[in-house]
Structure formats: structure tokens, C-alpha cells
Design a protein around this ligand. Structure first.
Ligand code: DX5
Ligand code: ZN
Length: 214
């Protein structure tokens, strides 16, 4: 699959409705929504009240990426705010299996996120529960960082693991994705690419989304 999930972290927060409507009209597939708590990552972004407003205007699934400690505490709140896909960090969950089940039980698609420094093999016992696994290709917390090249190896390792344990599972990559590396990531086995600054800082975001998909 070749899906694009533009990250609203790089949108104009003063004009969110306008930017969401631009994405509605574009070829993108999901809207990527980055939630940060200032503890799991050094930055703070926004939470459920803002997501509720995004949801009012969005015509595509909300792909909510929680960069918060103990995300299991907020599963029902993010469901109520409008999340369709909810991904949680392996590194932020003491009880990952329980949290993934809670997400599914709340009626959302669930996913695990790995930081660049976390090995793919640690998913051996939970990948079968995941609708998506998100590999961070930068250290999370900020948009506009440089892509970490080792991500290609991790995508290939994850593709092997999914082939063995959960062929339906989608592989998503987040951080430093550009029109230069997107096709290499799809070739390596990625299904969904998140792109923030490369979309929103470009002269023509809708055209950039089209190029990322090709
Ligand atoms: C980073 C976030 C990303 C970020 C990507 O911690 O998880 O989703 O918005 O931004 P770019 O595409 O600019 O690296
Ligand atoms: Zn993200």
C-alpha cells in the first residue's frame, strides 16, 4: 500500500481549518496528529480539545500519534476526541499488550511506535495485535529534523517480522520524509509515510503530496 499521512504539527495553527480543508481536497489518505506531553518528548504540542476541532473539518481518518507517558490513561478520551487510529510508543507503555487491547476495545485501530533506538525484534510478542507499526525515522519531539538512514534496515526487518506474524499490519514511517526518500521507503516495504515540513513548507502542498505518493 502507498498511503500519505501529512503531519499537522507543521500546519499553521492559526488556520487549522484552512489547512485541514486543503488536505481534504488533496490525495492524502490520513491526517497525522502529533500529541506531545513535554515529558516523554521535550516538546508540548496540543491535546484532545484541539483534535475535536480538527475532527469537525476532517474528511479522512485521524492518525493520532501519542508521544506521552502512560498513554493507556487517555485511550477513551482520544476516542471521544475523534481518533480513528491511535498509536502509542513501546517506550512509554509499561503494559503495552493491555494498552493495545484497550485501543481496539474502544473501537479504534491500534499501533505501536518505535523510537530510532528501539529494536524491531522487541515487537515479536505484540505485532500480531497491531493494525500498524510506526517506525520513527527521527528522534520524536520536533518537525523538520534529518532522516536517520538506518530506518531502511528497520523497515526491511519489520517487513520480515510482519510476513511471519501479521501480514495485514501496515508499516508507517515518521520523520524527515521527503520527495527524495519516499520512493526508497516504499521500496523497502513501508505502507504509510508521514510528512510534516516537506508538505507544509513546500510552495504547493497538494502537489508535494501527489509526488510523495508516486
Ligand atoms: C515528530 C513527529 C512527526 C513530525 C514529522 O516527533 O512525530 O510526525 O511532525 O515532521 P517532519 O516530517 O517535518 O520530520
Ligand atoms: Zn508523528
Amino acid at each position: 500500500m502507498k498511503l500519505i499521512s501529512p503531519s499537522l504539527l507543521s500546519a499553521d495553527f492559526g488556520n487549522l481549518q484552512r489547512d485541514v480543508e486543503m488536505l481534504n481536497a488533496s490525495e492524502c489518505d490520513w491526517l497525522h496528529v502529533d500529541v506531545m506531553d513535554g515529558i516523554f518528548v521535550p516538546n508540548i504540542s496540543f491535546g484532545q480539545p484541539v483534535i475535536k476541532h480538527i475532527k469537525k473539518h476532517a474528511q479522512k481518518p485521524l492518525d493520532v500519534h501519542l508521544m506521552i507517558m502512560d498513554p493507556g490513561r487517555y485511550v477513551n478520551d482520544f476516542k471521544a476526541a475523534g481518533a480513528d487510529i491511535l498509536t502509542v510508543h513501546y517506550e512509554a507503555c509499561t503494559h503495552l499488550d493491555r494498552t493495545l487491547h484497550a485501543i481496539k476495545d474502544a473501537g479504534m485501530q491500534c499501533g505501536t511506535v518505535l523510537n530510532p533506538g528501539t529494536a524491531v525484534m522487541l515487537l515479536e510478542d505484540t505485532v500480531q495485535l497491531c493494525d500498524v507499526v510506526l517506525l520513527m525515522s527521527v528522534n520524536p519531539g520536533f518537525g523538520g529534523q534529518t532522516f536517520i538512514e538506518n530506518t531502511y534496515n528497520k523497515v526491511r526487518q519489520l517487513r520480515d517480522l510482519c510476513n511471519r506474524k501479521n501480514p495485514q499490519c501496515l508499516i508507517e514511517v515518521d520523520g524527515g520524509v521527503t520527495t527524495e526518500n519516499a520512493h526508497l521507503l516504499f521500496e523497502a516495504g513501508a505502507d504509510v509515510l508521514v510528512a510534516g515540513s516537506s508538505v507544509f513548507k513546500s510552495a504547493n502542498p497538494a502537489e508535494t503530496i501527489k509526488q510523495l505518493k508516486r
